[in-house]
Design a protein around this ligand. Structure first.
Ligand code: IPM
Ligand code: MG
Length: 357
């Protein structure tokens, strides 16, 4: 563990998100680590103090920090999120799906579900380039399915899907390295990639090809490649077979919510986004406006994201302690949040976790 104290930016997010974030920070404080929290003004606070929802002060705080713990946003912290992903180039979005005793899975036999989705986090349809098809007319594009010029299909709008070899290779390597690490901890050592390469041979076909090439550098790992609709069925029918799942951005967004559904819902969905020089951590769920102010949001996703963060900072043992304390509360089953079939408030649940730390 490093000698230097770690600086962590906290962005609480909106709606119910702060109700999960505040007790999570208190739990980490209880671990007594060499951590300094930094709370830059973002969203409404940024607007009031600096006239911007993402003022330069906030960006500088992120730049001079070791990491950020980010609470779900309704939109007011969206510029901060954009900076954390595209500004800090956090290309690998890691979303674990692990069932443990007490989680309210809809499956009859959720035992043994323990896989991680690695979602490419910067490219694909998330470039945000959309427009009027008329703007494409100089390109004289022809639809392969319609077998006629795009111009004949106007008026309409398009969205641009971009896959690059560089963007794919770095996230694929990340996934294989993760599978290697997990194999050392007793997991099968299997990377499963899913794309729509049959319909999108240029873009998804490239993602698949680059991933296949990276796979040859890891002969000790098993590699599978499926068409993404077939993969969606496998995800539901045999989730125990999965270890590390590599997906392009949009499929990763969709299927990581589905994966959370398998184990017991979005209340359990943690994530960490890793780049070359920076990583930040956020629950995969939204800001839950429907339950804002009710002290009933399940903070597990935020706590687990924070545990991933602690591990990233080198606090492996405290991270494990935090996860085990949460698991103990679930296993006992007396103090559970409403989404897991219990009646405990967020505060009561966190107090139960704190007692077991
Ligand atoms: C997620 C969210 C985001 C995404 C939204 C808030 C832009 O759904 O982190 O999964 O689509 O990536
Ligand atoms: Mg999502």
């Amino acid at each position: 563990m490093s000698e230097r104290r770690k600086r962590i930016v906290v962005i609480e997010g909106e709606d119910a998100a702060p109700e999960a974030m505040r007790p999570t920070v208190e739990l980490i404080d209880q671990l007594d680590l060499a951590i300094d929290w930094v709370r830059p003004p973002v969203g409404d606070e940024g607007l009031a103090q600096h006239g911007s929802i993402f003022p330069a002060e906030a960006r500088e705080a992120i730049d001079s920090s070791d990491t950020t713990l980010f609470g779900s946003t309704s939109g007011k912290s969206a510029l901060a999120l954009r900076y954390l992903r595209w500004g800090k180039r956090t290309f690998a979005n890691v979303r674990p799906a692990r069932w443990f005793k007490g989680c309210r899975s809809p499956l009859a036999r959720p035992e043994g579900i323990d896989f991680v989705i690695v979602r490419e986090n910067l490219e694909d349809l998330y470039l945000g380039i959309e427009g009027d098809v008329d703007a494409l007319s100089p390109l004289n594009l022809v639809s392969t399915t319609e077998q006629r010029p795009l111009a004949e299909l106007a008026p309409g709008r398009f969205a641009l899907k971009l896959i690059t070899p560089m963007g794919t290779e770095r996230v694929a390597r990340f996934a294989f390295e993760l599978a290697r690490l997990r194999k050392a901890r007793g997991h099968p050592g299997r990377v499963t990639c899913a794309t729509k390469y049959n319909m999108l041979p240029q873009t998804d076909g490239l993602f698949r090809k680059v991933t296949e090439e990276v796979a040859t550098d890891y002969p000790e790992l098993e590699f599978q490649s499926f068409i993404v609709d077939d993969f969606a069925r496998r995800l539901i029918a045999a989730p125990q077979e999965l270890d590390v799942v590599l997906l392009p951005n949009l499929y990763g967004d969709l299927l990581s919510d589905a994966a959370a559904g398998l184990i017991g819902g979005l209340g359990l969905a943690a994530s960490g986004c890793y780049g070359k020089d920076y990583a930040y951590f956020e629950s995969a769920h939204g800001s839950a406006p429907d339950i804002a102010g009710q002290n009933r949001i399940n903070p597990t996703a935020t706590i687990f994201s924070a545990a991933m963060m602690l591990e990233h900072l080198g606090f492996d043992e405290p991270a494990q302690r935090l996860v085990q304390a949460v698991e103990a509360v679930y296993a006992e089953g007396r103090v559970l949040p409403p989404d897991q079939g219990g009646r405990a408030s967020t505060t009561e649940f966190c107090q139960a976790v704190a007692k077991r730390l």
